[in-house]
Each structure stands twice: as structure tokens, then as C-alpha cells.
Design a protein around this ligand. Structure first.
Ligand SMILES: Nc1nc2c(ncn2[C@@H]2O[C@H](COP(=O)(O)OP(=O)(O)OP(=O)(O)O)[C@@H](O)[C@H]2O)c(=O)[nH]1
Ligand SMILES: [Mg+2]
Length: 319
């Protein structure tokens, strides 16, 4: 597995003694901006994002090493009441992460206007009430991150923070906009003091634990998420069948697995136009990631009801 790394100027600087290091979980309900924040924190796209909920399906590490500090962020799937087997598995990835972290960032969106008049737990969305319960039972510290402050007035952010502060014993409350990168560096500075002295877990230049192969499949899935409607994004899984480099380019072939024949037709589109558009957009993203010319072949395959079938899920890597 080839590791994805960047050449950061600071990595060339002398690493001081007394390294500080820790695992930091990004926890929250779907669509609050966890993956957007992870990408900002590591300075490159290692986790896909979309305006639809339940985009992330795996635990994805984003590693940020500056001088003597290494922060290992863990992006997790959004926590929600899950019925389908696939969703139960991905929510478990998130809740199990809580056992392994040194510190957790609980991402939350600004409270809606009708909540600003309320007090106590009722200001929270039901899913956030459950997450608060999970975090409260843990001895680890939680930093509450109020994301998407670019969508509200400062006054509303202050009232939101005031109400949220009363709900738990948070180490800090930090307002940010992950999308606009507002206050993200302040968040990083704030986190440093919660890391223990420990040798680095990863090499200085490594930014993620996922392979280029996995990211290629995720970039295809991101295009499917962005361009398809209703239940279809939730019925697709992307599997890389070929990933080979020759002198001219990297040849990648992916199977897009769907649950029903009708979904296959929609993804292929009239005269294959939809699949072609998805392929071109995904290829451009993969070329940017790999810094190489890519030949991308996409095939759509029906794998009946894969998201509710334990054997299919295992074969697709959801253990
Ligand atoms: N306006 C605004 N939008 C944001 C911000 N952060 C994220 N978003 C948007 O919110 C949507 C969801 O972002 P993601 O990063 O995919 O959210 P997530 O929490 O990882 O979602 P799941 O993986 O489904 O749990 C995307 O459309 C982002 O562009 C922000 O600070 N401001
Ligand atoms: Mg995500």
C-alpha cells in the first residue's frame, strides 16, 4: 500500500525533543462537516464530502505533523439511528472510535432559530442528544466545535455557544467554518495543550492511512453522490478491480455495485452519458491526487440488496 504524503516545509525543520502526539476523533451527526474539517486540517483531500448526509462510510485518518506535534485526526461516519445493516456497521465505526481516541471533537451545527428560545437538552437535535450521552459517559475530554458559523450572524453564534456550554463539561468550545477555513488554525492551537508527550505514531510526511487505491474508489463514489438523486447514492459501492501503472499512465478499473437493475440504467444514463460524465470528473480528481495521467474505466454491476447482505458487505470491506 503506497502511503500518501505531502512535502510540507515544516517537515524539513529539525524535529525537537519531547514529541507530543495523540488520536483525535471527529464525531457528529451526518452532514455537520467532519470530512470538510479533516481535509482542511491536513491541507489536502483525504476524505470525500457531499451536501447529502451519510457520505463517509469508513474511519479515515488525517495526520498533521508540525515541529514536535503530531495530531492524528479520525474522520468517522455520521452517527444516526441506523436500520440497514450497512448503516449499523458504519455507525459502529464511529461509536467504536470513541474507545480509541485521546480527545474528541464533537462537531455541531449552529442551533436553529427556534431552538434559541429553548433551554436545556431540548435545544439539541435528537441525534445530538444521543451523541452528548455517548460523550458524557467517557473520561476523555471533548472539545465542542460549532461549525458553519459562516451561515449565521455573530450574535446567533454567541447565543448558540452560551446554550451549548451549559449542556456538558467541555474542555473548550470553538466556533469555526470548516468550509471557509475560519478559525481552524485557532482550533489546532487550542488542541495542542491536550496532547501528551509520546513519540510520533506516523512518519512526518504521512497525511493519511488510506491507500491511493481506496481514495480512487472514493472519488468515484463522491461523483455518484453529487450527481445522483434519492436513494441511489446510498445504493452504490465502488470497488477497484485494477490499479496498474505503466510508463504512460495509471490504469484504474472500478466496478460500481448497485442494488437493482433500474439503478444500473440510471447510472449509465441515456447513451451512457451519465457514466461518462461521472468518469471524466472522477478521473480529473484522481489525476490531481496521483500527479499522473489516469485511464479510468467504470463498469456498473448489480449486486442484489448488497447493503443488507452480510456476505456482500464483508466482501466489500465492511467488517
Ligand atoms: N456553509 C458551510 N458549509 C459547510 C461547512 N462545513 C461543511 N459544509 C458543507 O456541509 C456539507 C457536509 O459536509 P461533510 O464534510 O461531507 O459532512 P460530514 O459531517 O463529513 O458528513 P457525513 O460524512 O455524511 O457524516 C457539505 O456540503 C459541505 O460543503 C461550513 O463551515 N460552512
Ligand atoms: Mg464525512
Amino acid at each position: 500500500m503506497k502511503k500518501i504524503s505531502v512535502n510540507r516545509q515544516q517537515n524539513d525543520e529539525k524535529i525537537e525533543k519531547d514529541q507530543r502526539c495523540g488520536f483525535i476523533g471527529l464525531i457528529g451527526r451526518p452532514n455537520v462537516g467532519k470530512s470538510t474539517l479533516l481535509n482542511q486540517l491536513v491541507g489536502q483531500k483525504v476524505s470525500i464530502t457531499a451536501h447529502k448526509a451519510q457520505t463517509t462510510r469508513n474511519r479515515i485518518l488525517g495526520i498533521r505533523t508540525v515541529k514536535n506535534t503530531q495530531m492524528v485526526f479520525i474522520d468517522t461516519p455520521g452517527i444516526h439511528p441506523a436500520k440497514k445493516l450497512l448503516n449499523r456497521k458504519i455507525v459502529a465505526y464511529a461509536t467504536e472510535t470513541l474507545r480509541e481516541t485521546d480527545l474528541n471533537l464533537w462537531l455541531i451545527e449552529p442551533l436553529p432559530e427556534n431552538s434559541l428560545k429553548k433551554d436545556g437538552l431540548s435545544v439539541l437535535h435528537r441525534e445530538d442528544q444521543e451523541i452528548l450521552k455517548m460523550l458524557s459517559g467517557k473520561e476523555k475530554r471533548t472539545v465542542l466545535v460549532l461549525n458553519k458559523i459562516d451561515t449565521i450572524l455573530q450574535e446567533q453564534a454567541l447565543v448558540s455557544m452560551d446554550k451549548l456550554a451549559k449542556l456538558g463539561d467541555f474542555a473548550e468550545i470553538v466556533p469555526i467554518s470548516a468550509l471557509k477555513s475560519t478559525n481552524v488554525e485557532h482550533l489546532v492551537d487550542t488542541l495542542k495543550k491536550y496532547l501528551s508527550i509520546h513519540p510520533f505514531y506516523f512518519e512526518n510526511k504521512q497525511v493519511t492511512d488510506v491507500s491511493e487505491r481506496f481514495l480512487a474508489s472514493e472519488f468515484v463514489r463522491e461523483e455518484l453522490f453529487m450527481r445522483l438523486q434519492q436513494e441511489i447514492p446510498y445504493s452504490v459501492a465502488v470497488v477497484v478491480e485494477q490499479f496498474e501503472e505503466d510508463q504512460k499512465c495509471i490504469k484504474i478499473a472500478c466496478n460500481i455495485c448497485v442494488e437493482r437493475d433500474s439503478q444500473k440504467g440510471i447510472i449509465i444514463g441515456k447513451k451512457g452519458q451519465m457514466l461518462k460524465t461521472i468518469g471524466i470528473a472522477a478521473r480529473k480528481k484522481i489525476e490531481r491526487l496521483l500527479g499522473n495521467k489516469v485511464h479510468l474505466a467504470l463498469h456498473v454491476k448489480v449486486l442484489k440488496q448488497w447493503s443488507s447482505n452480510a456476505r456482500h458487505l464483508r466482501n466489500l470491506g465492511f467488517n
